[in-house]
Design a protein around this ligand. Structure first.
Ligand code: COA
Length: 148
């Protein structure tokens, strides 16, 4: 498996994985608009097909994970962990922290992030709809930047 930057012609595949993964998926247009923004980067995990992706938005020295998803038939094989680890390693030297929002009921995602050093930083009440749920804010700080 390789991880590389998303290409323009692959956006429909990402939109398809979104539909299979979220109750309120990003549309192809939403993804394309972030893809075209200089502050956002998307990476895909590939075997002979695209099996997952991760998107990050960068503002100064802060990173915000937009979305991570793995094709349902490829879950539980370490791909999600590889995508998040890839992002951590890629940005550990240039960012102060990476943060994200997640549904507390999304046990597999919460376990994945906390096992990689993300810690609870707060909650946003009723952040999600369909169904309504608070968002858990999880943040991973990079030590090198904390010493400054
Ligand atoms: C969350 C998601 C990206 C994880 O991807 P994945 O490839 O299945 O995850 P991995 O196989 O790399 O597992 C990594 C860790 O996640 C946790 N995990 C994964 N599946 C799990 C499950 N069914 N139950 C509990 N924990 C689980 C475990 O901690 C696991 O580590 P371990 O295997 O060492 O125990 C995937 O489930 C997904 O696409 N979900 C739908 C989209 C989503 O919710 N994205 C996150 C939004 S914030």
């Amino acid at each position: 498996m390789i991880i590389e930057e998303l290409k323009d012609n692959e956006i429909p595949v990402i939109a398809e994985i979104e539909k299979l993964s979220f109750s309120k998926p990003w549309s192809e247009e939403n993804i394309r608009s972030s893809f075209n923004s200089k502050s956002c980067k998307f990476y895909t995990a590939k075997t002979d097909i695209i099996v997952g992706y991760i998107g990050v938005s960068i503002a100064a020295d802060e990173g915000y994970i937009l979305n991570v998803a793995v094709r349902p038939d490829f879950r539980g094989r370490g791909i999600g962990r590889k995508l998040v680890t890839f992002l951590i390693e890629k940005y550990a030297d240039s960012l102060r922290f990476i943060t994200l929002e997640v549904r507390p009921s999304n046990i597999s995602a919460v376990k994945l992030y906390t096992s990689l050093g993300f810690e609870k930083a707060g909650e946003r009440p009723s952040y999600y709809s369909n169904p309504v749920e608070n968002a858990l804010l999880l943040t991973k700080y990079f030590n090198s930047k904390l010493e400054i």
